[in-house]
Write a protein that binds this ligand. Structure first.
Ligand code: PRP
Length: 222
């Protein structure tokens, strides 16, 4: 049975590296869940630290690229993970989504150069669209009956229209600063996003008590 600061049986949690890492750790700490202690350097699998700083063998973390978190969780390499809804939907991974988390809020938008005429999408003729979200972008255009050429990129998508690679982009907008700095404007919102706790479906049945306890503790502080 789970006690206040001890989680049993062993649990593997996939944390996203980058933007959401510190907010995820802050939330776990606020919820009283043991987290890695101090600087983890380049280590990718980390034991959580217990109350006296010793490692707790029953709770471990992996640090993964955010877009890989749903994969680790669907395959059960991690029992639980944190990622953005945008990343999860793009991945198409089948996981349990018990809890939205109060950070990482942004939206996925179709954007264009500010000077480009804002014609209805159905009049677009095979636009070239650069994005880190090829599946969601293809789905967005398919549902509207528009043929589009999707150009998959891995970052700095806003560069696409500036150098003639693409007519439009689909990307995350948080403050809007990157769009403004590059003369782009949003023309359609595709989805709202925020961080979400995801759980492997089999683990949720086999480790129900410990995962329910984790979710309950997080719920109390959000
Ligand atoms: C994200 C996103 C936008 C930017 C939006 O990129 O893809 O480029 O942040 O944020 P803003 O609206 O607050 O300006 P990220 O910083 O993760 O880097 P990347 O483009 O290299 O993936």
């Amino acid at each position: 049975m789970a006690t206040r600061n001890k989680i049993q049986p062993s649990l593997m949690i996939a944390l996203p590296k980058g933007r959401m890492a510190s907010q995820t750790l802050d939330l776990l700490i606020a919820a009283g869940i043991p987290t890695p202690n101090g600087d983890v350097g380049r280590k990718l699998v980390i034991e959580a630290a217990g109350e006296n700083g010793s490692e707790t063998k029953n709770l471990r973390y992996i640090l993964a690229k955010p877009s890989d978190v749903p994969t680790y969780v669907e395959y059960g390499a991690a029992d639980v993970g944190v990622c953005g809804l945008d990343t999860l939907r793009e991945s198409g991974r089948n996981v349990y989504e018990p809890l939205l988390l109060p950070f990482g809020r942004c939206h996925l938008s179709l954007c264009a150069p500010a000077e480009r005429p804002n014609t209805p999408l159905r009049y677009e003729s095979m636009p070239r669209v650069a994005t880190k979200y090829p599946a969601l972008t293809a789905d967005f255009f398919r549902r509207r009956g528009v043929n589009a050429e999707i150009i998959a990129l891995h970052g700095s998508v806003e560069l696409g229209p500036l150098v003639g690679l693409a007519d439009l982009i689909v990307d995350l907008v948080e403050t809007g600063g990157t769009l403004r700095a590059n003369g782009l404007v949003e023309i359609r919102t595709i989805m709202e996003s925020q961080a979400v706790l995801i759980v492997n479906r089999a683990a949720y049945r086999l480790k129900a008590a410990v995962i329910d306890s984790l979710i309950a503790r997080l719920r109390r502080v959000i």
